[in-house]
Design a protein around this ligand. Structure first.
Ligand SMILES: N[C@@H](Cc1ccccc1)C(=O)O
Ligand SMILES: CCCCCC(=O)O
Ligand SMILES: [Zn+2]
Length: 310
């Protein structure tokens, strides 16, 4: 019998909206729950709500000076705040002072994101976070309409160490739902996100009360590399995502399949050796990050059973 994953009871849970100010499902839900947190109450805990980037939310932009979800690096968090600091670097330090590992026993972070890509429901979690994998499995098997695509995507931690907001928690998941345009709140996406948050809190409550979650197997996607658009010497894109790749997130891309199309009608083909699974295809926020899509591989993993350690 594979060993059971032993974790202590979860006491502090934070649900985060507005890490990116124009991703409206999480913004609307966080604002609602800040007014009326009753929905976040469970027997064994009450989740807290954080609107992570209030100024970006007010202006309905992703960020003011720099991406808040890349601002939780040790370097930025330990820099002594100077006026010239970016808004997000200061804001990340503020948030870290409240929820960072030293200051609190923040057990679980649920960070709410939307993507313009056709990624359905994606759970983003750190490799090795078996607790979060159990949550994702619970959501996939218990909460999501089986006809609805649901994927697990492992976050690749940069060489320099963590940079993402959710890394503040001992365990964490980002709920990435799309497609949804930036600055737009779609009722179907918001409703799905709201249900997933409620289901996540149910899972944590069941865990705290002693439910054992049996071991399971599942497919996870892992990042192979980030592909950029073809660009000219001025850095301008010279082709767009091919119409046959658009919206095909998580579907296999084989060598020879088209990925970009030039305005002169020429197609650019994927010339890799092996089949990959593109995600974040044509994500609006990634043009400036020089990412046209993220190439992933699909792997199968066995996760040990989970039971609270009293
Ligand atoms: N869209 C999110 C995806 C993400 C969430 C959490 C961690 C890493 C990536 C971002 O780029 O920030
Ligand atoms: C799987 C993680 C996606 C992160 C998006 C990025 O850093 O480009
Ligand atoms: Zn986001």
């Amino acid at each position: 019998m594979s060993p059971t994953v032993q974790c202590g009871a979860v006491s502090q849970v934070v649900v985060v909206g507005g890490t990116h100010g124009n991703e409206m499902s999480g913004v609307c839900l966080a604002k609602h729950w800040l007014q009326d947190p009753s929905e976040l109450h469970r027997k064994s805990f009450t989740a807290e709500v954080l609107l992570a980037n209030p100024i970006a939310v007010e202006r309905c932009v992703r960020y003011i000076d720099r991406d808040l979800n890349r601002s939780f690096s040790h370097e930025l968090l330990s820099a002594s705040g100077s006026e010239s600091d970016s808004y997000e670097a200061k804001r990340a330090r503020e948030i870290y002072q409240k929820y960072g590992p030293k200051q609190s026993s923040l057990n679980f972070v649920i960070d709410l994101h939307n993507t313009t890509s056709n990624m359905g429901t994606t759970f983003l979690l750190f490799k090795g976070d078996n607790f979060a994998l159990h949550l994702a499995n619970y959501l996939q098997t218990k909460c999501v309409d089986p006809s609805f695509p649901c994927h697990i995507l492992l976050i690749d931690i940069p060489e320099g160490g963590h940079v993402h907001l959710q890394s503040m928690g001992k365990h964490s998941v980002s709920l990435e739902l799309g497609p949804q345009p930036q600055g737009v709140a779609r009722a179907d996406v918001l409703t799905r996100m709201r249900a997933l948050v409620n289901c996540s809190l149910d899972f944590l409550d069941l865990f705290n009360q002693g439910t054992e979650f049996p071991s399971f197997e599942t497919d996870v996607h892992q990042v192979l590399y980030r592909a950029d658009f073809p660009r000219n010497e001025d850095g301008e894109i010279e082709a767009v995502i091919h119409s046959e790749l658009q919206d095909k997130d998580y579907l296999p891309l084989k060598p020879g399949d088209p990925i970009f199309q030039r305005l002169n009608g020429e197609d650019i083909l994927y010339n890799g050796e092996k089949q990959i699974y593109p995600v974040f295809i044509n994500e609006a926020a990634y043009y400036e990050k020089k990412v046209a899509f993220i190439a992933t591989e699909k792997t199968h993993c066995l996760v040990p059973a989970l039971k609270v350690q009293n």
